[in-house]
Design a protein around this ligand. Sequence first.
Ligand SMILES: [Cu+2]
Length: 140
Amino acid sequence: MRLIIFVFSFIIISSKSAFAETIQIDFTADDSYSIEVAKIDVGDTIEWLPKNEGHNVEFLGGPDFNSLPEKSDLNAFYSVTFNFPRVYLYHCTPHGNMGMLGLVIVGNDFHNLKDIEGIELSRVAKSVLQRLIRIAQSNS
Ligand SMILES: [Cu+2]
């Protein structure tokens, strides 16, 4: 009986780590993120690669503003594991007003979309956000 429990718990632990994925997003030469809409599962990790200079990642919104990941340094590798579902919005601190934005949808959960849409942005950034939301919803 004890052996069965042991085997069963091992399967749960190993299957969880086997399915956790890592997605890589580059800073592009034309001031954007190579993947603007990332749809991932709970527990997945996103890595941002500083392939071009002058960019970073700063979160503007998510399920719980106080627990959002810290702003990354310019030109630095950055990695975040998303353990809670919902929509997350981030931008590049120097280029956010010009529309360098990214959306992360964790667990296909759009419950906080209204909060994300209510975040104050420049006019250009606002229209980029609307485009990204349409992309996110069209293949959900
Ligand atoms: Cu930038």
